[in-house]
Ligand binder design. Structure first.
Ligand SMILES: Nc1ncnc2c1ncn2[C@@H]1O[C@H](COP(=O)(O)OP(=O)(O)OP(=O)(O)O)[C@@H](O)[C@H]1O
Ligand SMILES: Cc1cn([C@H]2C[C@H](O)[C@@H](COP(=O)(O)O)O2)c(=O)[nH]c1=O
Length: 190
């Protein structure tokens, strides 16, 4: 199974790119099973987080990571050839460390999860992202929005440490971003 993770701050274009990437791959590899999944995965943990708010970074780390364990079990049961994940453990490292949680501890908690074959990081300044964010954001906390530039910086630092994380400039026009995402995915097959 090939695992592709899409990462970036809120509004960076992950969901839009994820949908187009799935369409592209399904059209090209007709007999392969290609799944597109999202984190947070479970409605139960989403509700717990909505009730908790955006302050207690330790609880948030544990909740997002527990949700991930359930997400991965579901993926394994469905046995896809390729899974495109709209957010994965890099989200917990980038977002929850912006709340003051130690990065090393978050990495430790998430060390049970398989490393993706490719992570596409859609990089966008927070002031542009905020203009694009959907009004129906499920975690609509002002504390989170204020931290988005810090989260962006955390992502960029993490990308320096891992050659499987490919940064795409998400300020570019959508089709250009999509082409770059496809080019990176195609390299997995060459
Ligand atoms: N390259 C782009 N240029 C301009 N607008 C874009 C681009 N990519 C996506 N958008 C638009 O930005 C908005 C947010 O995109 P999308 O929902 O895909 O982001 P997201 O990263 O999944 O957001 P979230 O994490 O908040 O769910 C949408 O209205 C989408 O059409
Ligand atoms: C998986 C995960 C997510 N988050 C944050 C990032 C976003 O603000 C929301 C998810 O919303 P989306 O619009 O559906 O992408 O949750 C986080 O802080 N930590 C995580 O591990």
């Amino acid at each position: 199974m090939l695992m592709i993770a899409l990462e970036g701050i809120d509004g960076s274009g992950k969901s839009s790119i994820g949908k187009e990437l799935q369409k592209y791959l399904q059209n090209k590899y007709k007999n392969k099973k290609i799944l597109l999944t999202y984190e947070p995965f479970t409605s139960e943990i989403t509700t717990l987080i909505q009730n908790l708010g955006w302050k207690d970074g330790i609880s948030l780390t544990l909740l997002f990571s527990a949700d991930r364990a359930i997400h991965l079990n579901w993926i394994k049961q469905n046995n896809p050839d390729i899974v495109i994940m709209d957010r994965y453990y890099l989200s917990t490292i980038a977002y929850q460390s912006s709340l003051g949680v130690k990065k090393e501890w978050i990495i430790n908690v998430n060390s049970f999860f398989p490393k993706p074959d490719l992570t596409i990081l859609l990089d966008l300044p927070s002031e542009i992202a905020i203009k694009r964010i959907n009004k129906t954001d499920k975690f609509n906390f002002s504390e989170k929005i204020q931290l988005l530039e810090k989260v962006r910086h955390n992502y960029l630092e993490l990308a320096k440490e891992d050659k499987n994380i490919k940064i795409i400039d998400a300020t570019k026009e959508f089709n250009t971003v999509l082409k770059e995402a496809i080019m990176n995915v195609e390299k997995l097959f060459s």
